[in-house]
Design a protein around this ligand. Structure first.
Ligand SMILES: NC(=O)c1ccc[n+]([C@@H]2O[C@H](COP(=O)([O-])OP(=O)(O)OC[C@H]3O[C@@H](n4cnc5c(N)ncnc54)[C@H](OP(=O)(O)O)[C@@H]3O)[C@@H](O)[C@H]2O)c1
Length: 320
């Protein structure tokens, strides 16, 4: 039986917006807490979706949010943190302490189901702090047994119209004559954001099959990072030579980028690419067929998509 009311923590972000859309479409009532309502533009106008500005790190706030909820989906995640061992304090707060509080609040409020979005490569012995903190967050979620049925989702890198991955390389190809690339030979199996949303909907709808399961989420094809960058730069009409950087130089490049207020890349990101980011078994659960990059990305990064994008400022102006 599908739930009536679902709380999406981190639901105003890239993946959360797709999930909110999918659940709203299915008639499920969705509650999204956010730190800044004004930045939740994607989900504010969806039917059946309520967005409230609050601090989800506060356990009493969580208890209140979860009061009438049948299920909770946790999407809070960050890519950069101050450094630390085994992971820095910002990773600890977002990836470990928050899931621990969410589990406690689920138990206190009698929420029966928790879906937690982790990441492929989460491992206590992984090379990056991001991955180690994601592993500790998973451990906190597994401790919800038996009161709360948990599902952990481990996506590879996620692509979609508003992603921060392919769009970043599209922008770089527009401004750089060559693309110096760390982790060029690291392998990824990118998964479509709508497929991730579909999996969440299936987990909610078939909670018995999803109970206490860890699912990897990936696409149909494995690419090196270099192949992805070459594909995107050709697609946006700026085919650029990619210059693979050895790890020492990639760390130097990332170290410099860390000085920016919103870094595109960090040394921890470079470390995370030491291991391939690919699924070990079927790319998606529930017999779902993954969507190929080539089937959808030209719709927004290809010539037709670019044509439509030229009208975006006018659409924004007309609020359409
Ligand atoms: N995108 C990918 O390729 C990818 C791949 C693998 C795993 N994942 C995981 O999937 C989840 C969602 O990713 P996404 O791409 O949708 O990220 P996103 O667009 O950055 O959204 C994450 C949301 O988390 C909330 N958040 C961030 N830092 C927070 C903090 N310190 N305290 C409270 N809330 C905070 C933000 O909510 P507000 O700003 O609204 O408060 C934000 O909307 C993350 O856990 C991420 O690690 C993503």
């Amino acid at each position: 039986m599908s739930p009536q009311r679902v709380v999406l923590i981190g639901g105003a972000g890239f993946i959360g917006s797709a999930i909110a859309n999918r659940l709203a479409e299915a008639g499920i009532s969705v509650l999204i807490p956010t730190r800044r309502r004004s930045r939740a533009g994607q989900v504010l106008l969806l039917p059946n979706v309520e967005v409230i500005e609050t601090d989800c790190h506060d356990e009493s706030v969580l208890n209140e949010l979860f009061e009438d909820a049948d299920a909770v989906v946790n999407l809070v995640g960050i890519l950069h943190s101050r450094s630390g061992s085994p992971y820095g304090p910002d990773f600890a707060r977002a990836h470990v302490e928050l899931p621990t509080r969410i589990v406690a609040a689920c138990k206190a409020s009698g929420v029966g189901q928790l879906i937690h979005v982790s990441a492929l490569g989460a491992d206590a012995a992984a090379p990056s702090e991001y991955q180690r903190s994601k592993a500790a967050g998973e451990q906190a979620v597994r401790a919800a047994t038996p009161e709360v049925a948990w599902t952990i989702l481990r996506p590879s890198v996620v692509f979609g119209r508003d992603d921060g991955f392919l769009n970043l390389f599209a922008r770089l190809a527009g401004v750089l004559p060559i693309i110096p690339l760390g982790g060029a030979s690291a392998r990824f199996q990118p998964v479509y954001v709508e497929d991730v949303a579909e999996v969440v909907w299936h987990c909610l709808n078939d909670s018995a099959a999803a109970r206490d399961q860890t699912f990897e989420l990936a696409g149909p094809t494995v690419y090196t990072l270099r192949q992805l960058v070459e594909y995107v730069s050709a697609l946006v009409g700026h085919p650029r030579p990619v210059i693979p950087l050895p790890e020492g130089l990639a760390m130097l490049q990332a170290g410099l980028m860390e000085l920016a207020p919103r870094p595109l890349m960090s040394r921890d990101n470079v470390r995370s690419m030491r291991a391939d980011n690919i699924a070990t078994a079927a790319p998606l659960p529930f017999g779902l067929r993954p969507t190929a990059i080539e089937a959808v990305v030209p719709g927004w990064l290809g010539p037709a998509g670019n044509q439509r994008a030229r009208y975006n400022p006018m659409r924004r102006h007309a609020r359409r």
